[in-house]
Design a protein around this ligand. Structure first.
Ligand code: PEP
Ligand code: MG
Length: 844
């Protein structure tokens, strides 16, 4: 049977509601616990409030005898206590929090549970418990209202009985209600009591609450019900929705939009030069002090903003300590305590606003959004209620309300979950203000510095504008985090996901390479010189040649149209790798053929008459796409990724090939198509047949697995070319996760085992007279270029910034020298010996 917990601010209300509910069942009433009130004061008078620990205890109490527990809550902080209780409980019985009216919901749930309903059914009954009352009191209310219809309030939230006007609008901007639209809604509604509800049964939010607006989870195509007492404010809001909040409109089918929080351009999606990655970096355990990083170490992460810089490390101010959960404010002191919440929130909001006024672009918008979070009326009201009702300290109350907001955002996943950092940042600022601590954030310096942090808040990153910070290094964060977005917009080299970065001592000099995703600790001055010189982009004249004039085409790696334009401007001879999955990283649903055609044409049109090698979706592992990958694989790098997705979803591959063929026939680029993550000759044969069936003539496969390399001769019997994905080839050959910085020495294309596999592929290519490209990061390494050429590689593809340097390295060697260095390097026993053997062979 299902048990029920009734959470109320008032013990009397809880007991009375239960008494009423139990009247409805005469036999086998379900077990119900009332978790209500916050104890009693010195005079024995009950204190109104809710207590998460009491709710957790009630759940645990039911766990022994129930298959599931439904929790009903009255208002405000009751919801928060119930959410926190889920963290505190010790049992693992399934629990649902019911978004239901307290009294009616309790009645309905008790009846449904008594009838033996399962947890979902009981929850459903509770959720629709108001329907009878609504139908009785508003018999004329239409069941389905048409867009833009106005009528009297049919669905005012409980306790809002005054006459209200409702309006239905549709979310039309591609990214849904993310931070900026939410801020616009809040601003437009200022001073009016406006609520929004995602239809048909989504959550409800006050327009003044940025966090609640985000929690709506409203996506492109969703219908929203606006309600207010004032028609004018609804007009203004409807106009905002109508023009897509200034972000463009796209009338997609309901639910088709991505769950996203920041508009991300194609360039932003494809972190320059870094191995593509959308997976969050593993977090260092928060409780452990970071290990000190010795000089000479190279830490690795993901380069998300290009460039090289060296400077001493500066770390962020120490984090704000968690306020004491056990402290209870005496009843007489609660009003004074509560008043500090309002004061602190307003002070923090004012500070953020004045910093926003001094900033521009993304930085301005993010600081403004943070200011709105700090002055969020729901945050202030809920925290104040916790002080008044439960005797929490003001700092603790803010901490707990923020925890509930973070949890709600995390539950939404995707980029909305990245906003957790925004909420945490604002929480820390308010708590610091209440406790009189130094505000967390970036210290002011007069000398250049590299900012190192576990994670950077958007407000911290935005504050770097115009300062002396020359590069960013974080332990956490991904390519679409605010840190990455702002670092790119400020032109600061940035590396994220650097495990161990917080172990760097302040003032240690580090060399940050945002292209390669490396952080070198205390490097020699000569190394800094060389790296900064190398970072200066060497121009490329558009033709890759060796010293004797023989050709080695130099191509570019791109992730979308914007990258392709950059590549064309940099003189790339063509595209050697178009990572098509980068076009769709923010999609929860598969792109249509028409959408794909548009995306592919954007790249092809930048290279008229030139070669463009398009890779079919390489989703999975470090680049999971919700519409292509299962999210429950134990070993995603060894799982259904790349071409293997077609085993489960052949239509996805067919649609892509169809779209590519259509794009190719509309543009003059010379399109070639290749499949990623191929392991067997059968896979290669099937892929080639399929691609040719759509009229794509030049078909290839990537060599990324040792199996594919060993079978290169067989591959050439069925495909026209191959391209070496050296990032994965190293990962799979050395059995070392390419995202793990601590295994960076193994993930090295100079490893002789990798060089020998490349050599095997090169020999097979020569024998079959077929093209052998390299499109992994190794393709952009000028010192490796002669080795690759000598191993039989016929073209190199790289980030456009590397073209000039690779061209210069090749122009200095003859084919004979290339063969010599290749032989020396691949005969070595270790990566280090391979490097020095190649250098020595070049001297001869
Ligand atoms: C590679 O593995 O080398 C490659 C080019 O593919 P990706 O980095 O996109 O996995
Ligand atoms: Mg790969």
């Amino acid at each position: 049977m299902i048990g029920i917990v009734a959470v109320s601010h008032s013990a009397r209300l809880g007991e009375a509601a239960l008494e009423l509910a139990l009247q409805m069942v005469h036999v086998d009433a379900p077990p119900v616990r009332v978790a209500a009130g916050a104890g009693s004061d010195g005079d024995g008078k009950p204190i109104l409030g809710t207590d998460a620990m009491a709710v957790a205890a009630a759940i645990d109490d039911l766990a022994a005898e129930c298959d599931g527990v439904l929790v009903l809550m009255d208002l405000g902080s009751a919801v928060m206590s119930a959410e926190l209780a889920l963290e505190f409980r010790t049992s693992d019985v399934p629990v649902r929090l019911a978004p239901a009216p307290f009294v009616e919901g309790l009645l309905a749930a008790v009846v449904a549970a008594a009838a033996g309903g399962a947890l979902d059914a009981v929850a459903e009954e509770a959720a629709v418990a108001l329907a009878g009352k609504t139908a009785q009191l508003q018999p004329t209310a239409p069941v389905e209202a048409v867009p833009e219809e106005r009528d009297q309030d049919k669905a005012a939230p409980p306790g809002r009985e005054s006459a209200r006007i409702t309006r239905r609008v549709r979310v039309r901007n591609p990214l849904g209600i993310h931070a900026r639209p939410a801020a616009l809604i809040a601003e437009t509604s200022a001073g009016a009591d406006v609520r929004l509800r995602r239809l048909p049964d989504g959550p409800d939010a006050s327009a003044g609450s940025l966090s609640r607006l985000l929690v709506l989870g409203a996506r492109r195509g969703d219908e929203i019900e606006l309600s207010a007492a004032d028609d004018h404010v609804l007009d203004a809001l409807a106009a905002l929705f109508e023009n897509g909040f200034g972000e463009g409109v796209d009338d997609a089918p309901a639910g088709a939009g991505p769950a996203s929080d920041e508009p991300v351009s194609a360039t932003e999606r494809s972190a320059p030069a870094a191995p593509a990655s959308a997976a969050p970096a593993p977090a260092a355990p928060a409780a452990l002090a970071p290990a000190p990083v010795p000089p000479g170490t190279t830490l690795r992460g993901r380069g998300v903003s290009a460039g090289v810089a060296a400077a001493p490390v500066v770390t962020l101010a120490p984090p704000v300590p968690e306020p004491d959960a056990a402290a209870v404010i005496a009843v007489g002191g609660r009003e004074t305590e509560a008043s500090s919440i309002d004061r602190a929130c307003l002070a923090v909001a004012a500070d953020l606003r004045s910093r926003a006024a001094a900033a521009s672009g993304d930085a301005h918008d993010i600081l403004e959004a943070s200011a709105l979070l700090a002055s969020d009326p729901d945050l202030i009201a809920d925290a104040t209620a916790l002080v008044r009702d439960a005797g929490r300290s003001a700092a603790r109350a803010i901490w707990e309300v923020a925890a509930a907001q973070q949890k709600a955002l995390e539950a939404l996943g995707g980029r909305t979950a990245e906003r957790v950092a925004d909420v945490r940042d604002v929480r820390d600022r308010i708590v610091a203000e209440i406790l009189g601590l130094a505000s967390p954030g970036v210290p002011q310096r007069d000398e250049p510095f590299v900012l190192v942090a576990r994670d950077l808040s958007p407000a911290d990153t935005a504050a770097l504008h115009g300062g002396r910070c020359v590069a960013l290094v974080t332990e956490q964060g991904g390519p679409t985090s605010h840190t990455a977005i702002i670092a790119r917009s400020l032109g600061l080299p940035a590396v994220v996901g650097v495990i161990g970065a917080t172990g760097l001592s302040p003032d240690t000099t580090v060399l940050v390479d945002g292209d390669r995703g490396t952080v070198e600790v205390d490097p020699e001055p000569a190394r800094i010189d060389a790296a900064t010189r190398a970072a200066v982009v060497t121009p490329f004249n558009g033709t890759g040649r060796l010293a004797d004039g023989s050709r080695l085409p130099l191509l570019a790696n791109v992730g979308g149209a914007a990258d392709a334009e950059t590549a064309a401007a940099a003189g790339a001879e063509g595209i050697g790798l178009f990572r098509t999955e980068f076009c769709f990283l923010d999609r929860t649903d598969a792109p249509t053929v028409a959408e794909q055609v548009a995306a592919y044409r954007g790249v092809l049109s930048a290279f008229p008459g030139r070669k463009v090698v398009v890779r079919t979706l390489d989703a999975g592992s470090d680049k999971p796409l919700p519409f292509a990958n299962a999210d429950d694989e134990q070993n995603p790098a060894l799982g259904v990724r790349g071409l293997r997705i077609a085993r489960r979803s052949p239509q996805l591959l067919d649609d892509q090939l169809r779209a590519l063929a259509e794009a190719a026939s509309a543009e003059s680029a010379l399109v070639e198509v290749m499949a990623p993550m191929v392991a067997s000759a059968d896979e290669a044969r099937d892929f080639a047949a399929r691609a040719r069936g759509f009229g794509l003539e030049r078909v290839g496969v990537m060599i990324e697995t040792p199996s594919a390399a060993l079978l290169a001769a067989e591959m050439f019997e069925v495909v026209d070319f191959v391209s070496l994905g050296t990032n994965d080839l190293a990962q799979y050959t050395l059995a070392a996760d390419r995202l793990l910085g601590e295994l960076g020495d193994l993930n090295d294309p100079w490893q002789p085992a990798v060089l020998r596999l490349i050599g095997m592929v090169g020999s097979a290519g020569r024998a079959a007279n077929r093209a052998v490209g390299v499109c992994g990061e190794a393709g952009g390494d000028p010192t490796l270029a002669p080795v690759l050429m000598g191993l039989g590689v016929t073209s190199l593809s790289m980030t456009p910034r590397s073209l000039g340097r690779v061209a210069a390295a090749l122009a200095a060697v003859t084919p004979e020298q290339c063969r010599r260095v290749a032989g020396a390097a691949s005969a070595a026993a270790t990566a280090a010996e391979a490097r020095s053997a190649a250098a020595a062979a070049l001297e001869r």
